[in-house]
Design a protein around this ligand. Structure first.
Ligand code: PLP
Length: 423
């Protein structure tokens, strides 16, 4: 059945609120490409939104999933536990920043992990306020919508939202021109004046913001916030759902400036495309929750855990943190060169294999979402799958699988350059 036929069926069957970037339907996918049902090959600069870092249908993941499915598919860890759940928690405890004693709990989605991190922080501190940042994205459930900054499309008409959520300015060097220290002082001053340090249960932040625009905070911003949280007795939660598992060239983006979060949320890249998420953190904070206070029917499903263990092994064996750094080293100079020729590119930024272009009206910082959309569309027409994002919708973002062969990456970059030449 062709993509056109499938699309007609989809329009009649699937709720309109669930959008898709492209209208081609996938038949199969590998390390760097998707092939649609019409036989057309796409270069994948999306990785299912930073998920298939080890590639689609990565051999170890496929083998581990097949083996697990044959043994058992589900018991519910809260009913009858199994080793793979424990082993994923051991891996998370070992891999996340800091060598203190840690515990982990597993869930199904990033939003669920963030919700649970907030629950844990509130229980551990006996406080309620959660501080989040401009441009933040933490999910689509009721609490995580409240934590997310952007109204359209994530929140519009879906309120009322959960309370005790306070938003402060993010460090956004392209737009605020502040040093990390100045941006942190501004945020801390607002927290102290408007929330009160003693009321803060958690300070929740993406070390590099994802959906909000691939915003890399100025150096010093994250360490200053982590230090303030410590002094205020608040839990510092790093949402590493998009940045984690090698994406930014380290296992976790917090490591870049030596920040050791109290809690870390993970999902996306953790399990090679199977749904799994985690909260990992200081044993005393994690274990402040009473027995039975955390869980869910499917959280840490054995098939997803088997996939995660295989994905983590693949990341280690292939040094995918190094691969992400190599991707960045190839992409950043090529994109800076493109920016010289196209003044609509206001900034090239990112780290490792999490790279973006901020599109503006030339010579200004005025966002130009229409041009970003036009470039993205031209890429799609030429077979390169790219995504846009950002509070202003003007960010072109690139998240190739970390196993993408170099020639595929360079072909993708050439398509992108041609797309800029045509808009
Ligand atoms: C930083 C961050 N937190 C949370 C989420 C929500 O994850 P999920 O879509 O798995 O619920 C996302 C998803 O894009 C994310 O990027």
């Amino acid at each position: 059945m062709s993509s056109d036929d499938l699309h007609k069926r989809r329009v009649a069957a699937v709720a309109r609120g669930v959008g898709s970037t492209i209208t081609s339907y996938v038949d199969h996918a590998s390390g760097g490409t998707l092939t649609d049902v019409d036989g057309r090959e796409w270069i994948d600069f999306a990785a299912g939104i930073a998920v298939t870092s080890v590639g689609n249908s990565a051999p170890r993941v496929v083998e581990a999933v097949q083996r697990q499915v044959e043994r058992f598919t589900h018991t519910c860890f809260m009913v009858a536990p199994y080793e793979a759940y424990v082993e994923v928690c051991e891996q998370l405890n070992a891999l996340t920043p800091g060598d203190h004693e840690k515990r982990s709990a597993l869930f199904n989605s990033g939003a669920e992990a963030v919700e649970n991190a907030v629950k844990i922080a509130r229980k551990a501190t006996g406080r309620q306020a959660v501080v989040v940042f401009d441009h933040a994205y933490h999910g689509r459930t009721n609490l995580t919508m409240a934590l997310t900054a952007k109204n359209m499309p994530y929140k519009d008409g879906f309120g009322p939202f959960a309370g005790e959520v306070y938003r402060v300015p993010m460090s956004y060097p392209f737009r605020d021109g502040r040093t990390g220290a100045d941006a942190a002082s501004l945020a801390i001053d607002i927290i102290e004046k408007q929330v009160g340090a003693d009321n803060v249960a958690a300070l929740l932040i993406e070390p590099v913001q994802g959906e909000g625009g691939f915003i890399v905070p100025a150096t010093g911003f994250l360490p200053a916030l982590a230090a303030w949280a410590k002094s205020a007795g608040a839990v510092f939660i790093a949402d590493e759902i998009q940045t984690g598992f090698c994406r930014t060239g380290d296992w976790f983006a917090s490591e870049h400036e030596g920040v050791v979060p109290d809690l870390v949320t993970t999902a996306k890249g953790i399990a090679g495309g199977l749904p799994l998420a985690g909260v990992t953190g200081r044993a005393d904070i994690m274990d402040a929750v009473h027995v039975g206070g955390l869980g869910g029917t499917y959280g840490g499903n054995p098939v997803a855990c088997a996939a995660a263990l295989a994905a983590i092994e693949t990341m280690r064996e292939l040094d995918l943190a190094g691969a992400a750094r190599t991707i960045g080293a190839i992409m950043l100079p090529a994109l800076r060169d493109l920016a010289e020729r196209h003044p609509v590119i206001g900034e090239v930024r990112g780290r490792g294999a999490m790279i973006a272009l901020e599109i503006v009206k030339p010579g200004t910082t005025e966002p130009d979402a229409a041009t970003a959309a036009a470039v993205s569309k031209a890429c799609h027409e030429a077979g390169l799958l790219t995504l846009t994002c950002g509070t202003y919708g003007n960010i072109l973002r690139f998240l190739p699988p970390l196993v993408m062969p170099e020639d595929t990456l360079r072909t993708g970059l050439a398509i992108l350059a041609d797309a800029f030449a045509t808009v």
